[in-house]
Write a protein that binds this ligand. Structure first.
Ligand SMILES: Nc1nc2c(c(=O)[nH]1)N[C@H]1C(S)=C(S)[C@@H](COP(=O)(O)O)O[C@H]1N2
Ligand SMILES: [Mo]
Length: 518
């Protein structure tokens, strides 16, 4: 093993121990104060939004793992370099560690919900990295040893330093092993302690009130064979947000402040919220970054109190055309005041499919608005509602290139057959979903190759606020076929065939699948 490799490994090991310990300290200071998550959060908030793929990547939940892994790899490369530099320029390495700590501190303390101890994990991590690196380098540089205060006496002055004898090598490797174990222990222990402090228990203790206005029963005929489930289970419901770790909010400390351009600002507690009249409604939620044919859409039974009544109570001032919703982690979205007051079932929701909101879906309280994409309406972990003007405030995604206003576009999707599937000739069921929330779906048509548009059978539905399933029996003949679908909403408007990407206000175009009939 070359000296530079030993030095690089020492740097990486020191950084790893620092991060592991920071995880433990973060149990006190909050999960998002741990340097990796804190820096990852800054990356999330600052990647250029208009770049479509990046925007979608950051929206997406699976990419969070990729983001953290990427941050860790960059950090490892930096730490490797620090180790190599440290052999000859210890002071420079110290400065490098301090810089690393400072970045972590800045990332953690500038968070919206940063606590008083937010800086601690990064400070402790950086402080521990120094002696660990020093110790490892002493073992990595044999002979007269690593004397950082006197670079001339260390490694490069001593040709023998580039080699370790068997005994020294064993000692060095053992030290690396100890560092790895300490890292794993700190990291895993920290995570376990953090999750034990999560709000899981508070959530389990919640008793949801009975709705004053229950939802209509879902008729069996709402489900078309071959389409996804009409009601999406909580586990299957798509998740999209910028939170690297979902905010943990204890309902007993939760408050909702309603303020801004209003005559009567109010603050609600959890108990006050639960005492308000509750309605139960099926609403289909869709993400603006859903591609044509994508699955960032789901339909759930929400329990909540109408936002309209709340707005009536606070009495918005004339000109307050935007309702800004803010979550505990500082994310914002803005909905038109007129839309929230037009009588539709815009809810401050506490229940999802008969359960308290899952933590990932906004526990304890979120907003659901039929007919608006999630990024302009569906604030999770909501703690603040501010009446303002569209001209005066841009919510989170707007400066990142997405539209201020984004009603859901009429769209449709083929769930069966899947793209690339094979079937035998004869009657083939084509089925899927179509949606135009709050307008409703009036017609779905299917086209095979260049044939005529054929009217599909619409399943029943409980309201215009959910997606509607459809099916069509296709007399399929042998060959390669292309099948596409289009929907017409209850205003009479047929979805446009013109393909458009999700940004800035929702994808358009017909969903098409290729099917082989044998
Ligand atoms: N606090 C917060 N709320 C948020 C978001 C977010 O990033 N942070 N993302 C929004 C977006 S873009 C969508 S599509 C919906 C998704 O809600 P879900 O994860 O429950 O499906 O939440 C919305 N509410
Ligand atoms: Mo979204």
């Amino acid at each position: 093993m070359k000296l530079s490799v030993r030095a690089g490994l020492s740097g990486v090991a020191a950084a790893a121990v620092a991060l592991g310990l920071a995880e433990v300290v973060a149990v006190l200071a909050g999960p998002l104060s741990a340097p990796l998550l804190a820096v990852g959060g800054v990356v999330v908030d600052n990647v250029p939004g208009p770049v479509k793929d990046v925007g979608v990547a950051v929206f997406g939940v699976h990419d969070k793992t990729a983001l953290i892994t990427g941050t860790a790899i960059l950090l490892a490369a930096y730490a490797w370099g620090l180790g190599v530099v440290a052999v000859r320029h210890w002071r420079l390495a110290l400065a490098g560690i301090a810089l690393f700590g400072l970045i972590g501190v800045l990332a953690a303390v500038t968070r919206h919900d940063a606590g008083a101890l937010a800086a601690l994990p990064s400070v402790v991590g950086a402080a521990v990295a120094v002696p660990v690196l020093h110790l490892l380098l002493r073992l990595a540089v044999p002979g007269r040893g690593f004397v950082p205060e006197d670079p001339a006496s260390s490694a490069d002055a001593d040709p023998a330093a580039s080699r370790l004898d068997a005994e020294d090598r064993r000692r060095f490797l053992r030290a690396l092993g100890v560092a790895a174990a300490a890292t794993a222990l700190g990291g895993i222990g920290g995570r376990l302690l953090t999750s034990s402090r999560a709000v899981t228990q508070a959530r389990q203790a919640v008793r949801l009130p009975e709705p004053a206005a229950p939802a209509p029963r879902v008729p069996a005929a709402a489900q078309a064979r071959g389409a996804v489930a009409y009601v999406t289970s909580n586990d299957d419901f798509y998740r999209i947000d910028t939170a690297l770790y979902p905010p943990q909010i204890d309902p007993s400390t939760w408050r909702l402040r309603v303020h801004g351009m209003v005559r009567n600002p109010i603050t609600l507690t959890w108990d006050e919220l639960l005492r308000r009249p509750m309605v139960q409604r099926y609403v289909t939620l869709a993400c603006v970054s859903n591609e044509v044919g994508g699955d960032l859409i789901g339909n759930a039974l929400w329990l909540g109190t109408p936002i309209k009544q709340l707005l009536d109570e606070v009495q918005p001032l004339p000109g307050a055309d935007q309702v800004v919703q803010r979550s505990s982690d500082g994310w914002t979205c803005g909905s038109p005041t007129a839309v929230l007051r037009d009588g539709r079932d815009a809810l401050l929701a506490v229940g999802m499919n008969g359960r308290p909101l899952p933590v990932e879906h906004g526990f304890p309280v979120r907003v659901v608005v039929p007919g608006l994409y999630g990024y302009v309406s569906a604030c999770k972990w909501i703690t603040e509602i501010e009446l303002t003007r569209f001209a005066d405030f841009d919510a989170y995604w707007v400066p990142r290139g997405w539209s201020q206003r984004a009603p859901v576009k009429t769209e449709s999707r083929i769930d069966t057959p899947r793209d690339g599937a094979s079937r035998t000739a004869g009657t083939v069921t084509v089925a899927g979903v179509a949606w135009a929330q709050h307008r409703g779906i009036d017609r779905v048509e299917v086209q095979v190759d260049d044939g005529p548009w054929q009217t599909a059978t619409l399943a029943s539905t409980v309201s215009a606020d959910t997606w509607r399933q459809w099916s069509w029996q296709w007399p399929a003949t042998a060959g390669e076929h292309s099948v596409q679908v289009r929907a017409t909403d209850a205003t009479g408007e047929t979805q446009t065939s013109t393909p458009a990407p999700p940004d800035p206000d929702g994808a358009t175009g017909y969903h098409r699948v290729s099917v082989t009939i044998t």
